[in-house]
Design a protein around this ligand. Structure first.
Ligand code: SF4
Ligand code: SF4
Length: 340
């Protein structure tokens, strides 16, 4: 099978986007060489990584409560895992050993909590599917950051896609993700993971260990209160439906203006960002000036720039919006002609 056939199969199985990254390149460019998330740590035989993307339906970001996005996240992840599994089965039946990795996992030997064997966002970028946003999510031109990705490791050598050189993210002059963040976790092409986890993993692993630490040392009355608390219910919900364990905060995904799903369904609903404060505006301005001056920014250093887009922002979102409006106008004209 060649790359085009594998991609067609992935799309046929339900992937919204698909790309291919070379295992050799992924081994040579780990996201952080101190804790290498590379295919060769998983299998010495892997030649290519097929990266599939499933989008989160934009409608959920119009709902009044985050729980709707959280529930859809879980459905999307299950669907994505099924697609990946079926792709593995098909490739293996045709003679190519292939397996998938867990999209959401932690390799405890590398770091504690939220650090997978592979970084799916970096896989996506190396497979030509997007580039980093200011909040270090992958932004796909099609669906912005409202996506999940997984990697499928195969011993079949496939032609790899070329990474996008143009920065998909508008960058410091947009900063909508920074404005929307309830815990001020968005840094300059970087993220304060601990602060982000306060909202994004409200009932995640660290919250659970902190809860039980407290429980062990508490007196009987406090324990009784803790057993009836919302926290314990949150952990239960997490076990049942993964809700609350991760991806709990959708704010930076909801407000990002990249992607036609945003233009079609979110522009009106997400236009105003209630969390925007003068302090955040000042922070974004300082980041913009620092970039202009060429100050050192860790997220943009020689190693990291390949994932941000080495050619910088060239107006991709404006071009996309123009094309979207033209297509909308053409459709409306056709419908009008049909009605006449
Ligand atoms: S997920 Fe929420 S808390 Fe984390 S960076 Fe995005 S907006 Fe901030
Ligand atoms: S909201 Fe703006 S700055 Fe943030 S990731 Fe999206 S395009 Fe980039």
């Amino acid at each position: 099978m060649n790359a085009a056939e594998v991609k067609q199969l992935a799309r046929h199985l339900g992937a919204d986007l698909v790309g291919i990254a070379s295992a050799e390149v992924l081994n040579a460019f780990p996201p952080d060489p101190r804790w290498p998330q590379t295919p060769d740590r998983i299998s010495p035989y892997c030649k290519s990584v097929i990266v599939i993307v499933c989008r989160i339906p934009a409608a959920a970001f119009r709902a009044k409560h985050n729980v709707l996005v959280q529930y859809l996240d879980m459905l999307v992840l299950r669907r994505m895992d099924r697609i990946a599994h079926r792709l593995c089965e098909t490739l293996e039946r045709r003679g190519y050993p292939t397996f998938t990795t867990a999209g959401q996992e932690t390799d405890w030997s590398l770091k504690k909590a939220s650090y997978g064997r592979l970084s799916t966002r970096h896989l996506g970028i190396e497979a030509g599917l997007g580039t980093f946003g200011l909040e270090v999510n992958i932004l796909t031109p099609e669906f912005g950051p409202r996506v999940y990705l997984t990697g499928i490791l195969t011993e079949l050598e496939l032609e790899a896609d070329t990474p996008i050189r143009e920065q998909v993210c508008i960058g410091e002059s947009c900063s909508r993700c920074l404005y929307s963040c309830p815990t001020d976790a968005v840094l300059h092409w970087n993220i304060d993971k601990r602060n982000c986890a306060l909202e994004a993993q409200e009932f995640g692993y660290m919250t659970a260990t902190a809860y039980f630490d407290k429980f062990i040392g508490a007196d009987t009355e406090t324990r009784k209160t803790m057993l009836r608390s919302r926290d314990l219910f949150g952990f239960w919900q997490g076990l049942l439906r993964v809700v609350g364990s991760f991806g709990d905060c959708p704010r930076c995904l909801a407000v990002c203006p990249v992607g036609n799903d945003y233009h079609a369904h979110l522009t009106d609903h997400q236009k105003v960002i209630p969390e925007r404060t003068p302090d955040k505006v000042a922070k974004a301005k300082a980041y913009k000036q620092a970039r202009k001056r060429g100050d050192p920014v860790p997220g943009l250093d020689e190693w990291n720039i390949r994932w941000v887009g080495p050619d910088g922002y060239k107006g991709m979102v404006a071009r996309q919006l123009k094309a979207f409006r033209e297509a909308q106008a053409a459709r409306a004209e056709q419908e009008q002609k049909r009605d006449d």
